[in-house]
Design a protein around this ligand. Structure first.
Ligand SMILES: O=C(O)CCC(=O)C(=O)O
Ligand SMILES: [Fe+2]
Length: 394
């Protein structure tokens, strides 16, 4: 049965040969069902571009227990905002203020797993331009975007939809362009979309400034964690050559936003994620056993702890569970830059942070290949990957 409100072609019925017709109808329904599923995999923007949708297609409807609590129609309710810690990079750079700023950073990573950064220079490195070019990319005709569609989660450039398209039972109201940025940016940029014409230039400038921010925050947090200088220097060299993935997300306006999510509850792979978003809020994090809307300060970028940092810090820093809700009137663009160590690097707790008495080792070692393998057979929601790595489950 067609469950979309947009038109799907339906061949005419004939009055005679009822039984044959019933059979044909069944086949047709099955065909329509298949067409519809194929259509949904072309993404939410494509779906919306085909005609006005007034009802959420069933594939996007979450079971009641997973739905966001009803928000006001335009934006999630402001009452659920918490002001997340603000880290001022300028203070980290002033020797007399560094110790106090490091203590604040350490507390933010432990208590929230997410913070806002000001004085970061990312805007100067092209945050506004990045959001603008992202919006223009999603505005391109579908055929242009579809050139980068791939079901292969390993593809370095990939246009896709939902969260983990391979395994999602319920689809998410989100399309994305994934761009893997290796340390040799010049080597990968030619494989990125060539439209809009300024995309490669703008995105590579943004990717570089986000990587600089990642390194500066890593340097500060390694100091805050008390990592020996030799080991810290090795980690920072790995950050220079580290993995970086840009997820350029588009969340179109949604006809029934309280029934679905733009992204399901998940934590990010890697050490730190630098998140840029436009004027439209939607990110919620799990804090003190409830979902809290992130309402960032103008000009700030949001940074969150990923699974690798939780493992490396032996649980001292928490990778934050987060999700994205959508709304009925305003499309939203966000750009998440996920940073980690080189893909071949094995991640495990830092020796300085493990002792047999008070801080027993909480996680086993892991690597990127194990993660990819995990994703092909699991949805990857919640903190499920991290839990497969836990040695102590209490
Ligand atoms: O859009 C957002 O605010 C968050 C995006 C996100 O969590 C991700 O891309 O992993
Ligand atoms: Fe995320």
């Amino acid at each position: 049965m067609a469950i979309l409100d947009v038109d799907l072609a339906t061949p005419p019925c004939h009055a005679h040969a009822r039984q044959q017709q019933a059979h044909a109808d069944e086949q047709q329904d099955a065909g329509e069902e298949e067409d519809e599923q194929l259509l949904l995999l072309k993404g939410v923007r494509h779906l919306c571009e085909r005609g006005t949708i007034t009802k959420l297609p069933a594939r996007y409807v979450l079971p009641p227990s997973d739905r966001p609590s009803p928000g006001d129609d335009e934006q999630p309710p402001r009452s659920s905002c918490v002001s997340f810690p603000v880290i001022d990079l300028a203070r980290l750079r002033v020797p007399a203020e560094r110790a106090a700023a490091l203590a604040e950073l350490d507390a933010a990573c432990r208590d929230y797993g997410i913070f806002q950064v000001v004085g970061h220079g990312v805007d100067g490195g092209g945050g506004g331009a990045m959001l603008d070019v992202a919006r223009r990319f999603f505005d391109l005709p579908f055929e242009e975007r579809a050139r980068y569609m791939s079901a292969d989660i390993r593809a370095p450039v990939r246009y896709g939809t939902s969260f983990n398209q391979l395994n999602d039972g319920v689809l998410c109201w989100r399309d994305f362009l994934k761009l893997v940025c290796s340390d040799d940016l010049a080597g990968v940029v030619p494989s990125w979309p060539d439209a809009p014409t300024d995309l490669r230039k703008v995105v590579s400038a943004y990717a570089r400034s986000s990587r600089r921010l990642f390194k500066e925050l890593m340097e500060a947090s390694l100091e805050a964690l008390g990592i020996r200088s030799g080991a810290a220097a090795e980690m920072l060299a790995d950050c220079d050559a580290g993995s970086q993935m840009l997820m350029v997300n588009c969340f179109p306006a949604c006809p029934e936003p309280d029934l679905t999510l733009g992204m399901p509850p998940h934590s990010d792979y890697g050490f730190l994620t630098v998140l840029l978003q436009d004027q439209v809020n939607g990110l919620e994090v799990r804090h003190a056993d409830r979902w809290v809307l992130v309402d960032p300060l103008p000009g700030s970028v949001v940074v969150n702890i990923g699974d690798h940092f939780e493992m490396y810090s032996n649980g001292r820093y928490k990778s934050v569970l987060h999700r994205v809700r959508v709304n009925s009137s305003r499309p939203r663009i966000s750009v998440a830059s996920l940073h980690g160590l080189p893909p071949e690097r094995v991640i495990g707790p830092a020796p300085e942070l493990v002792d047999d008495d008070k801080n027993p080792r909480m996680y086993m070692d892991t690597d990127f290949a194990t993660f990819l393998e995990y994703l092909t057979s699991a949805e990857g929601k919640h903190k499920s990957f991290l839990h497969t790595r836990r040695l102590i489950t209490s």
